[in-house]
Design a binder for this molecule. Structure first.
Ligand code: C2O
Ligand code: CU
Length: 487
């Protein structure tokens, strides 16, 4: 009796299990057909938060950039030997409008090969400026034409991707501003390029690059901080003016934390892309590579005042720049701060599995004595082919990528050709209402991001501390479908 009843139970249980299996299988296929996996739902949330294709049919803007040694007068009139685009540090601000295409002829008159990388711009892969990957390095005396049509309006910058720790430090960088199709009536549009310089007692750029000290720390931190190449940059404004202030950190290693609490300021864009809504300007850090766009209104009560913008990243605050408010008032242009309400929330992103993981650490060895690694591999030196295999990400699908900083140093991790959104820090959900192209990892921190790769190709993923990258902290990701017939 007992036996047969337990046998009956067993049969019933098997039936239930069978039905469950059938139901689950059916549900699985239905889900695939109707696209209802977690990733499908996350992808739907992304829905054209930024476009896949560049606008067509606009006119072309042509620029010439000559990279060459130059001497500039800076830092209290002392002469400074630099490497510069068009003889200036910072290099020129290239301004185009969304819809226009860009053509830049780079002439290399440096004593080294070089390239230009368009940081944050979703360019065709062949225009990405990575030597040995997307193009051969341009030899001294050579030239190269970069052509692309920006897909996004915003604040971007450009710099060499060959011996960056030396070439960027010597002064090779500039800004690319892609204005909105219909620019808002700002009183003024201002670029502030934040950088630091390590100068010798004679006031020249210290020629020792990639030192053991730089590598064992957060790269090369300078002893002179500059905004637009000046150690006392002053912005003269009138009360009532509404200013779009574009900040770019071009330093090799230094993180800036500018304090805007004296101003009526809101953050409207991060790494070039508009945020979901205007955000309070307090507590932001700009790691190397990062940009922040601010919407600043000079209040009538600030007439005649002198406001100092101070950096607070390190324990010793230092003055970055000055805003001098003239004794004049103008009407404030009225318009809603620009925003991108389509930035997804991706609150469920943490439930998805990790598609690719990048562990960051160092070991003794290599050309510089210390190698910085991603997943136990250091990128080989200049002009050497990287060793695969590399991770592949599926274009047009939502994926979760994880960075794990196993070291005690800072690593601003940058991905070329893609934007991503931070969804967790150390496993705890984070809602940053904006995309990034560079995220700073603090000591032993884990950061999870979600992304939908739209731009196909072989893209770099690396630390933007130039010395860490130089000592190996670079890898590639392949954005291509698993099934090549989809091409
Ligand atoms: Cu601004 Cu690969 O870098
Ligand atoms: Cu690093």
């Amino acid at each position: 009796m007992l036996k047969s009843s337990s046998a009956g139970c067993y049969v019933a249980l098997v039936r239930v299990l069978q039905r469950t299996i059938i139901l689950t299988t059916t549900a699985f296929f239905a889900a695939a057909a109707f696209g209802n996996t977690l990733e499908d739902r996350l992808l739907r949330e992304f829905h054209e938060a930024y476009p896949k294709e560049a606008p067509e049919g606009g006119s072309e803007r042509a620029f010439e950039l000559r990279a060459a040694p130059a001497t500039v007068g800076q830092f209290d009139g002392r002469r400074l030997d630099v490497w510069a685009y068009e003889g200036r540090v910072p290099g020129p601000v290239l301004r185009v409008r969304l819809g226009e295409s860009v053509r830049v002829t780079l002439t290399n008159d440096l004593p080294q090969p070089t390239t230009i990388h368009w940081h944050g711009v979703r360019v065709p892969n062949a225009m990405d400026g990575v030597p040995g990957v997307t193009q051969p390095a341009i030899p001294p005396g050579g030239s190269f034409v970069y052509r692309f049509t920006p897909k996004d309006a915003g604040t971007f910058w450009f710099h060499p991707h060959h011996r960056g720790s030396e070439q960027v430090e010597r002064g090779l960088y500039g800004v690319l501003v892609v204005e909105d199709r219909e620019p808002l009536p700002w009183s003024r549009d201002v670029v502030w390029i934040l950088d630091d310089w390590l100068l010798t007692p004679e006031g020249q750029i210290d020629p020792r690059f990639n030192t053991r000290h730089d590598l064992a720390h957060d790269g090369r931190w300078g002893n002179v901080m500059t905004v637009n190449g000046s150690s006392d940059e002053t912005l003269e404004v009138r009360a009532g003016e509404r200013i779009r202030l574009r900040l770019v950190n071009t330093a090799n290693g230094r993180v800036f934390a500018p304090d805007f609490s004296e101003l009526d300021a809101k953050v409207i864009a991060v790494d070039g892309m508009y945020a979901a809504r205007p955000l309070p300007a307090a507590g932001w850090e700009l790691a190397p590579g990062n940009r922040l766009d601010l919407d600043v209104t000079i209040q009538p009560g600030e007439r005649g005042r002198t406001i100092r913008i101070v950096d607070r990243f390190t324990r010793r605050p230092f003055p970055l720049a000055t805003v001098r408010v003239l004794d004049e008032t103008v009407p404030t242009p009225g318009f809603a701060s620009p925003a991108n309400p389509r930035v997804p929330r991706w609150a469920d992103g943490l439930r998805a599995s990790v598609a690719a993981e990048y562990r960051l650490n160092a070991r003794a060895g290599g050309e510089h004595g210390i190698e910085w690694m991603i997943n136990e591999r250091a990128w080989p030196g200049h002009d050497q082919s990287p060793v695969g295999p590399f991770d592949r990400l599926e274009p047009g699908r939502w994926q979760r990528v994880r960075f794990v900083n196993e070291s005690f140093r800072l690593h601003p991790m940058h991905v070329h050709g893609q934007f991503f959104k931070v969804i967790a820090r150390n496993g705890a959900p984070v809602d940053e209402p904006f995309f990034r192209d560079t995220v700073l990892l603090k000591r032993q921190e884990t950061v999870d991001v979600g992304l939908v790769p739209l731009d196909w190709g072989t893209w770099m993923l690396h630390c933007h501390i130039q010395e860490h990258a130089e000592a190996g902290m670079m890898t590639l990701i392949e954005v291509a479908p698993a099934n090549p017939t989809e091409r």
